[in-house]
Write a protein that binds this ligand. Sequence first.
Ligand SMILES: [Zn+2]
Length: 357
Amino acid sequence: MLIIDAHLDLSMNALEWNRDLKRTATEIRAREKKLTDKPDRGKGTVSLPELRKGKIGLVVATQIARFVAEDSTLPGWHSPEQAWAQTQGQLAWYKAMETQGEMVQITNAEELEKHIQLWNNDAIRDEKKPVGFILSLEGADSLVNLSYLEKAWQNGLRALGPAHYGPGRYSPGTGMEGPLTHAGVDLLKKMEELNIILDVTHLTDEAFTQAVDIFKGHIWASHHNCRILVPHQRQLTDEQIKILIERNAVIGGGLDTWMLMPGWIRGKHDPQKENITLNTLIDHYDHICQIAGNSNHIAIGSDLDGMFGLEQSPCDIDTIADLQQLKGLLAKRGYAQTDIENIFHGNWLRFLRSTWK
Ligand SMILES: [Zn+2]
């Protein structure tokens, strides 16, 4: 069954982790055997062949580059212009993948329908199909000013999360408190004008409340789990989930084990020992379904290889292709075929069709 994954940092992996995503996960791991610069070396789960193997035919793919002030301890660029240039390098990689026939950019309803038809055509082998990507920007720091949002839109940017980790030029993010900046308020207005989807993932609680109030366009939470199950400010409260449901939003369930187990400590806990599996994500799905009264608001936003690998992913995942196991697991938990279709692709598709109609 076709899967749409609404959050993958593909170009970050290509350019900052130096991963040739045209290769299989096994090949990429082998190439990293001697590297020790990052905790997830040799533990990657995502590549283009693995995506095809898992019938993940469409992804929301990020551009990501943070600006950091002099006193910041976070990694990032020293000026917004440098951050912008980094995102343009990332865009160049996506374009190179497109030229190779590995990927294809989706920016409107017509391209979407054509691409879904291709992936639903069983006469063509999946290995021959390009992985579709919708461009999203995670953290808006790299937009030097609002004129850059128009440039980004012309490059195909269709979704944007104003915040990431720490302070931001447009909004504070995960681990912070406080409202949108003045520039953030203007950014939302411009996004609405351009029909860019607002991704509320990583916003502070204050910025979330403010953003859903100001922004009248389409909203999703690309990779976001439930706070009541795993308490942390980075997760959605029940109140926030209710607001998102009212706005016809879809919430992509994330697979970072840090978002799946209360008190997860990076580098200490082990997914196998803690028995964190794809089933753990279904607990979050269940909770949102109970609030909504249906399965129309949950989907996949795996975030796999989002600065973590096997050491921080559910233990029943070897590569992203294993997302297909969700089908059997959901059925066992009582989800009907239509619910499973909603989660795998139906909800994101409905959302995109209504956004681009
Ligand atoms: Zn993220």
